[in-house]
Write a protein that binds this ligand. Structure first.
Ligand code: SF4
Ligand code: SF4
Length: 344
């Protein structure tokens, strides 16, 4: 999916704004995505496609920073009284993401990272998925056609080992059922052997999130975790999965500098890991804990997203890494970030 510069700017504007208001009589052409992880956790969202890119946005019938407007068979997205996107299409999510079956094994977590909404979700909307159900759903998605990857994430319910054991079991069973589909995993690990176990079970790619490269911010928002350990785990994961098969979230908009974000991108790239640069999203669930920890948090604007994405691309190029070779999870989905090489 190649998008031009203007498309990337429109996407950056959408990513840094709030919900899209849809007409009262709008009937989404497919079931809405109600995610339990990722930036849209807890809200109803849809995937909007234009100019070779796509973006997943919360939709609302009441209010929004953007407005979906219908003209005959065509839809446009308006922003501040002007047309931002003049011919938008909709894409279904398979499970959480377009062309992917992305499952969250559990939302209850022993840790309490301040930005994370997973543990705060209303238990009525979290899905308790066992291995049988996940394999069934992945196979059904495959039969419908167009499934590119199965991805698994999870909060840490009791111990990292218990969560990884569960993930290993699911990976093994999905791999047996769907030998040709890419499998991505996003665990929290506390032993290097857990990374080997996920690879041995059949995972192709792994995401181990550092969340921020600013140590002061890390200690305030992920105080129970250890940044050096995650970096060590990433280095090991690259040895096991290969260069460019390991990704890691860096959230920005928590008060860090651009230089720090890019130092993080570079530290990961030198290890063979591709950063996923993700603008912070604040909502009713995480705003208070985040502002309590870090003070007022002005949102990042579209210029910052584009500037960081350009530098991100340069650093990846210098290190021989390319997001287009990632087959699962966020770089493949591309709905929540400006993805170097794919968008810019
Ligand atoms: S470890 Fe993961 S799921 Fe648990 S609180 Fe932190 S970000 Fe959320
Ligand atoms: S970019 Fe990642 S978090 Fe966002 S919808 Fe896609 S898979 Fe989910």
């Amino acid at each position: 999916m190649e998008a031009d510069r203007l498309t990337a700017r429109k996407k950056a504007i959408l990513l840094t704004g709030g919900a899209i208001k849809v007409p009262a009589d709008f009937h989404p052409p497919f079931p809405l995505s109600r995610s339990t992880a990722g930036p849209g956790a807890g809200s109803s969202s849809m995937v909007f496609c234009f100019g070779g890119t796509r973006v997943k946005k919360t939709i609302s019938r009441e209010e929004g920073d953007f407005e979906l407007v219908r003209d005959g068979e065509r839809y446009s997205i308006m922003h501040k009284g002007e047309t931002l996107v003049d011919d938008v299409a909709f894409q279904p999510t398979m499970h959480h993401a377009p062309q992917q079956a992305f499952f969250n094994l559990s939302t209850e977590c022993i840790y309490s990272c301040k930005f994370c909404t997973s543990p705060r979700l209303d238990k009525r909307i979290t899905k308790s998925l066992d291995a049988d159900r996940i394999v069934e759903m992945a196979q059904a998605a495959y039969r419908r056609g167009g499934l590119k990857a199965v991805a698994l994430t999870s909060a840490v319910v009791s111990t990292p080992q218990e969560t990884v054991d569960r993930m290993v079991d699911v990976v093994r069973r999905v791999r047996a059922a769907l030998p040709d589909v890419a499998i991505g995993v996003e665990p929290y690990v506390d032993r290097l052997e857990q990374i080997d176990a996920l690879r041995d079970a059949g995972a192709d790619e792994i995401k181990l999130n550092i969340e921020t490269y600013d140590r002061d911010i890390f200690s305030k928002v992920c105080g129970e975790l250890d940044l050096d350990w995650i970096l060590e785990a990433i280095s090991h994961a690259v040895r096991v999965f290969g260069r460019g098969k390991v990704t890691s979230n860096i959230i920005f908009g928590m008060g860090e500098s651009d230089e720090n974000v890019l130092e993080g991108v570079e530290a990961l790239a030198k290890r063979g890991c591709i950063a996923v640069l993700r603008p912070l999203r604040l909502n009713d669930m995480n705003r208070h804990p985040m502002e309590e920890a870090l003070g007022p948090l002005p949102p990042s604007g579209p210029d910052r997203l584009l500037r960081l994405a350009e530098e991100h691309k340069r650093i990846l190029q210098e290190n021989g890494l390319d997001t287009r070779e990632v087959k699962s999870m966020c770089p493949e989905c591309g709905c929540c970030d400006i993805v170097p090489f794919r968008d810019i």
